[in-house]
Write a protein that binds this ligand. Sequence first.
Ligand SMILES: *Cc1c(COP(=O)(O)O)cnc(C)c1O
Length: 357
Amino acid sequence: MKKVHNFNAGPCVLPDQAIQKSIEALKDFAGTGMAVIEVSHRSKEWGEVMDECRSLWKELLNIPDTHEVLFLGGGASLQFLYVAMNFLEKKAAYLETGVWAKKALKEAKGIGDAYALASSADKTYSYIPKGYVIPEDIDYFHITTNNTIYGTEIRYDMDCPVPLIADMSSDIMSRPVDVSKYVLIYGGAQKNVGPAGVTFAIVRKDALGKVSRYIPTMLDYRTHVDGASMFNTPPVFSIFVMNETLKWLKGIGGVEAINKINVGKAELLYNEIDRNPLFVGTAAKEDRSIMNVCFVMAPGYEALQDEFMAYAKEHGMVGIKGHRSVGGFRASIYNACPVESVEALVSCMQEFAAKKA
Ligand SMILES: *Cc1c(COP(=O)(O)O)cnc(C)c1O
């Protein structure tokens, strides 16, 4: 049982089961008499964890044989550079839906010709741009499926006339994804599939090797495809915890099952925000994220912000402060966030409104 209701945006709450298994593996990993962080990454026992983790990724997301899943270091932030290094030859377009998207674009601009095809910066990224036309003469189109800071999300796999690349840091494994529609899906594990320290990249193998530049060894996806993510020492403990997190996910029914649970949790919270006179949501309704729920005090009640924060804290809520660029509140309700935590937050909002509205 969790001691607090953890709504942190990342690193974030992980399944109790995964934490327990990780504690056990720190005492004695697979009967080796060593901690999982003491064994050789070339050992048979470690190899089995790598294989299991890769298989779970493939099974849970139904990854086709055309693609490979890689476990890397450097976070999603280093993937911004990988993307441009491996795929940008002449020109690339980005959908600018937030600060992360903008940072991804910045790295690409450092490598070649890249631009924002559409942006929602005019309204603090509170919506997903629509009505843009993806040109056919670009190397790739880059999207950020879930905008962690603003609580907007693209919850479908779009048809794209050019190779599609997605940063799915904060909604990977939250719903079924048609991997075949992407040449690359990447993200940091610490939002929805594990602890910080490991980065996933699901890459279409035949899309690699098409650019003319020299790619430094460690930044070349082919190095890690060929090395089965063990070209150099992988972040073993992070991968171990990620593997346990995926085992938990499989145990509760996989991405179809968690998607239903996630939608239910999000509805619970959004319904309260829409009903409660004290609060309003900040994201456009049709683009609301089911992972990060952002809201502020309603007009006229702004002065109660600190008081509500204190009230929620007293009742065990952790991590509901909104990102500094948006203000207000943000509840990150990732896969491992139990429905009981969402219910507890909703109760808090109701009790607070009963006193103040
Ligand atoms: C957190 C986040 C990142 C940055 O991830 P790091 O692993 O810390 O580099 C990038 N994109 C999105 C959508 C994120 O939520």
